[in-house]
Design a protein around this ligand. Structure first.
Ligand SMILES: Nc1nc2c(c(=O)[nH]1)N[C@H]1C(S)=C(S)[C@@H](COP(=O)(O)OP(=O)(O)OC[C@H]3O[C@@H](n4cnc5c(N)ncnc54)[C@H](O)[C@@H]3O)O[C@H]1N2
Ligand code: MOO
Length: 394
């Protein structure tokens, strides 16, 4: 069995980067740039007024009223030229007339009989003018490779007239749900059956990570069926997640079947709770996680291992932010395991372990917003101690 830190390092070391491709801006939210994007034009593309007011040449203004001549509205293609010594009516976003270099906002003026008096004491040359290229110059890198595209970045790209971007693709995911005892919600249970819930948890968690190409396949606890399900899933997806069947029971076939399907084992079993029997393997076509079937283990392993792996596949430099907070009550754990404890984090300084931590249950997880990482080698944590907190990432 390996430690949590070794397991995390191995996940990172063996994660493949998804191929890059051009994606329409509308579909690029949350994806990561595979190349630098250079500005195809200067932004703003011309000197612009930042205010509704009057444009003039600062050197022409001697404090006396100026004649108002002409008007420049936003979107006007014609280049109006300022008559020397006059001011031109102008609106926010409009191109500065040729010859003007300064704009006074209309609230800081008075207007009488076609004459403009400027009352703005602070005015200097260039006030309220957005200079051409002041946001970004043509041909310089506007957004660098490795940037994850969030709403502002998408807006910036659109403002440069860009319609498609080179990004790392999202992985296609197969969910292989093993277990003869599982029944689909909506169908009455017979004794010994339980409702299948892991696919609901994982589908939602994947969708929140931006992944929608998810194929869910129920698989019987049969070595040949598990093997052929893994073989076909690895051929058609980049990431295969199995749930159940990774422990030591007579019907736990996942690890052996993965080997026969050509998956190289990177690790199996971590000194952690929950999720001790986690399996991680790789193939030239993708990676495989065998998530321990208990619903709480599935989700903990998703947040701690699968989600970082997905980020890395998509070119995101995912590092768990190191947040510490004060433990609000004492907590005991086995010495030989790292424990991930479902918790309520107040977002500032305090974190409260929740009741009912067993991995077969989800009630505490359903209201948790964080996992506390309690290190191996220690059994008793006291109220008031600083502990590492992993906010649930999505
Ligand atoms: N002798 C030992 N037994 C077990 C050990 C061990 O070290 N020695 N480890 C325990 C731990 S820890 C875990 S975690 C589980 C993991 O077992 P498996 O991955 O083989 O999972 P299953 O046995 O198939 O299922 C465990 C549990 O979860 C329920 N389950 C499974 N899939 C689903 C699903 N899709 N939806 C809802 N519930 C599901 C299943 O019915 C079982 O109750 O092994 C321990 N045993
Ligand atoms: O490690 Mo298991 O996930 O505790 O139940």
């Amino acid at each position: 069995m390996i430690s949590v830190s070794t397991a995390k390092a191995l996940v990172k070391q063996h994660v493949p980067l998804m191929p890059a491709g051009q994606v329409k801006l509308e579909a690029a939210d949350g994806l990561t740039l595979a190349e630098d994007i250079k500005a195809p034009l200067a932004l703003p593309p011309f000197d612009q007024s930042a205010m509704d007011g009057y444009a003039f040449r600062f050197a022409d203004w001697n404090g006396s009223p100026m004649k108002i001549e002409g008007e420049q509205a936003a979107g006007t293609a014609a280049v109006n030229t300022l008559v020397t010594g006059t001011a031109m009516r102008i609106f926010t976003g409009a191109a500065l007339p040729a010859g003007a270099d300064t704009v006074v906002m209309q609230e800081k003026t008075t207007r009488d009989n076609g004459l403009l008096t400027i009352t703005d004491e602070q005015l200097v040359e260039g006030t309220n003018v957005r200079k051409v290229g002041s946001e970004v110059d043509k041909d310089v890198v506007a957004i660098g490779k490795g940037t994850t595209l969030l709403p502002a970045a998408l807006g910036l790209l659109a403002s440069m007239g860009i319609t498609e971007v080179p990004v790392y693709k999202r992985p296609q995911v197969s969910l292989l749900i093993t277990g003869n005892e599982l029944q689909t919600p909506g169908i009455p249970l017979v004794h010994g059956q339980v409702y299948e819930s892991n696919s609901y948890t994982l589908r939602a968690a994947l969708q929140r990570a931006g992944i929608n190409d998810i194929n869910i396949i129920p698989v019987k606890d049969d070595p040949d069926q598990v093997e052929s399900a893994i073989s076909s899933a690895i051929g058609s997806s980049d990431l295969v997640l199995l749930t159940g069947g990774v422990s030591v029971g007579d019907y736990d076939y996942v690890v052996g079947a993965a080997g026969r399907a050509g998956i190289e084992t990177i690790f199996h079993k971590i000194r952690q709770r929950p999720g001790k029997p986690l399996f991680y393997g790789r193939h030239s076509k993708g990676i495989v996680f065998g998530l321990p079937g208990n619903p709480g283990s599935v989700l903990t392993c998703f947040y701690e291992y699968v989600y970082p792996a997905i980020c890395a596949m998509m070119g995101k430099d995912f590092e768990q932010p190191v947040i510490t907070a004060v433990l609000q009550r004492a907590y005991s754990k086995p010495a030989d395991l790292t424990c991930f404890v479902k918790a309520g984090y107040d977002g500032k300084s305090g974190v409260m372990p929740l009741d009912a931590q067993e991995s077969f249950r989800l009630r505490s997880f359903a209201v948790a917003n964080a996992l506390i990482k309690l290190e191996e080698g220690k059994t008793e944590y006291l109220a008031g101690e600083q502990v590492e907190v992993h906010p649930i990432p999505m």
